[in-house]
Design a binder for this molecule. Structure first.
Ligand code: ATP
Ligand code: MG
Length: 584
């Protein structure tokens, strides 16, 4: 089959000249490494205890605190109002030790579940890593969760300890009586009830010395629930061994160097915040920025300018919002410190890649593909590699990815099918918490089925088509919502778009688009016709939206992903399902 629409939406290839990059890429000789790389090579990048034991937190914190990086700034935490706090690796080490000693004092057992319901703060980082060095299973929750989302997670996981703050605890109080297994509540802040512990007091009296617990590499490190884009969030469990791949991908993909200043915008309540906002970067000993507060373009650009951020990891939803804000805003700031830009969470529209090139002085976004379940980036655009805008890039060395059918047969280049990975990579999930049946569903015919539909082109680049559930069958053809959405947002009147299939007697389904207009545009039939014309000019004839509905905003998960299942349910009058992760 010929390469199809993927080339259409790609526009031009972005050529790289590796010799002109500001820093030499950590990853050299990709093609060769694809053939020769063994995971045992990566094991050497992290430190092990005798007898093959390991602790991820030792690699993230202790080894730097005990070496030449002890007084290097690990974290610059900015509360979003411009109040900055700096924490060195040594200070982080001492804080995590104090928290581990508090766990010991409370009688928390190895592999008990310890939860964090906190705004991003130095306390959150210290608690999360302290629990891991102690041998508990740590789990951060997104601070905007409502009572139901909190209850679901604490109940499902049998959490025994919760760290929260004086403000957020009010939401927890609504469901507290439903959580018999929860024994300890630790409060950051002043308002501490008699049956609660004060973070300040306990941390002040705990010793700052602790011997990090050597763990079996297969023992669990953290538990995190998926984003809930396709249904009820799943409790994904990751093992300490995962640090090997978090380290390697932060080095090879995010290209972290000693002198970088790194900023990952994701909250720790999502896997990106844990793996690339804590584990991978710090394992590589880099200084990172933690920014509190809500999305605000000016504050974001100011963060890059003021802290001289050189590597920036963000999400397509943020990119689209920055694009909608216009190109004048970034011009007000000095963003010349940036050297590499990355994105994850949803497909990154080619328009976003090109926009970044314009606005950030020839630095495009690098799309990275992975999932909560995969525990680290598996398919990506590497810094030294040409980018085809709209493509997720190529597999990480050590990862065998393919497009397969339901029998596990590998499909030809250009054919659309299930994106599958050969199981056995170090950061692969070890369990869906207390749900072996769900876990087993992922593994069929010797492959891990990702639930995403994709295709691969003649150069080995992977192209995302959509979630298996979101792919639209219209007039006998399969259409991925992503390519239609990408074409839509190229139109100057369209800021965001969500596309679904709507049942139709004649065509099986028609394509319906929900769009958010950019400021200055108003809804009219003429505008809709013009938008349709634009999509027709970009994609195959059947792939344009016959219906367009203008909306104020799109339903999204709190991590910013378009929830197409909700657009579908509303349109078709179906039950809306789990909405615990729906944004306000
Ligand atoms: P749930 O599994 O609960 O439905 P979710 O799949 O959104 O939610 P995550 O693990 O946070 O939960 O997200 C992984 C998914 O996000 C991928 O399976 C894919 O559909 C999408 N995704 C992530 N990165 C990319 C990317 N670079 N390009 C396209 N899709 C991506
Ligand atoms: Mg998923």
């Amino acid at each position: 089959m010929a390469e199809k629409s993927t080339e259409l939406i790609s526009g031009g290839i972005i050529k790289k000249d590796p010799a002109k990059l500001r820093l030499t890429s950590n990853l050299q000789g990709y093609d060769n490494l694809r053939k020769t790389f063994k995971w045992s090579d990566a094991d050497k990048l992290v430190e092990w205890f005798p007898g093959g034991k390991i602790n991820a937190a030792y690699n993230v914190v202790d080894r730097h605190a005990k070496g030449p990086n002890a007084n290097k700034i690990a974290l610059i935490y900015d509360d979003g109002e411009g109040n900055a706090q700096k924490v060195t690796f040594k200070q982080l080490y001492e804080q995590t030790n104090r928290f581990a000693n508090l766990m010991k004092k409370l009688g928390i057992k190895r592999q008990d579940r310890v939860f964090f319901f906190l705004q991003r703060s130095p306390e959150l980082y210290a608690g999360f890593l302290g629990a891991i060095k102690y041998g508990a299973i740590a789990s951060p929750m997104f601070p905007a969760f409502g009572p139901d989302a909190i209850k679901d997670r604490l109940l499902d996981s049998g959490a025994v300890c919760l760290v929260t703050d004086s403000d957020l605890k009010k939401r927890f109080y609504e469901v507290k009586s439903l959580l018999p297994e929860l024994k300890h509540t630790i409060i950051v802040g002043k308002d501490v009830a008699p049956d609660e512990l004060s973070w300040e007091k306990e941390m002040a009296s705990a010793s700052d010395k602790f011997e990090t617990v050597p763990m079996d590499p297969e023992e669990f490190m953290y538990l995190l629930y998926t984003s809930g884009s396709t249904g009820k969030p799943k409790g994904v469990v990751h093992a300490h061994k995962g640090i090997v791949q978090a380290h390697l991908t932060a080095k090879w993909v995010l290209d972290i160097h000693e002198e970088d200043v790194y900023w990952c915008g994701a909250d720790l309540g999502w896997v990106t915040g844990v793996v690339y906002g804590v584990l991978g970067p710090w394992s590589n000993g880099v200084t990172q920025i933690g920014l509190g507060g809500r999305f605000d373009p000016d504050r974001w650009y100011k963060t890059i300018q003021n802290y001289k951020v050189s590597i920036w990891y963000t999400a397509p939803t943020a990119v689209r919002m920055l694009m909608a804000k216009g190109d004048d805003t970034p011009k007000k700031y000095d963003l010349s410190s940036l050297r590499a830009l990355y994105c994850v969470g949803e497909p990154l529209n080619p328009e976003g890649v090109r926009w970044a090139q314009e606005v950030f002085d020839n630095k495009p976004f690098h799309d990275t593909w992975w999932q909560t379940e995969t525990g680290s980036i598996l398919i990506t655009n590497f810094p030294g590699m040409d980018i085809k805008p709209g493509s997720m890039g190529k597999p990480q060395p050590g990862i065998e990815a393919a497009i397969v059918d339901e029998t596990g047969k590998v499909l030809e280049q250009g054919e659309e099918g299930s994106l599958a990975i050969r199981p056995g990579w170090p950061s692969m999930m070890r369990q869906i918490w207390k749900n072996p049946a769900k876990y087993n569903e992922y593994f069929r015919n010797g492959w891990y089925y990702t639930g995403d539909t994709a295709q691969v082109d003649k150069d080995g680049y992977f192209w995302y088509v959509g979630r298996a559930d979101d792919v639209i069958k219209t007039s006998g053809e399969r259409v991925g919502p992503f390519e239609v959405e990408s074409a839509l947002i190229e139109h100057e009147a369209v800021a965001e778009a969500g596309v679904i299939g709507k049942p139709d007697d004649l065509r099986g389904n028609i394509i319906k688009a929900f769009i958010v207009l950019t400021p200055g545009h108003t809804e009219s039939d003429a505008l809709k016709a013009d938008i349709q014309k634009h999509v027709k000019s970009r994609l195959a004839g059947h792939a344009y939206p016959r219906e367009i509905e203008v909306v104020i905003d799109l339903p999204k998960t709190r991590s910013g992903k378009i929830m197409r299942r909700l657009l579908r349910a509303r349109e078709l009058g179906l039950p809306i399902g789990d909405i615990s992760t729906l944004d306000d």
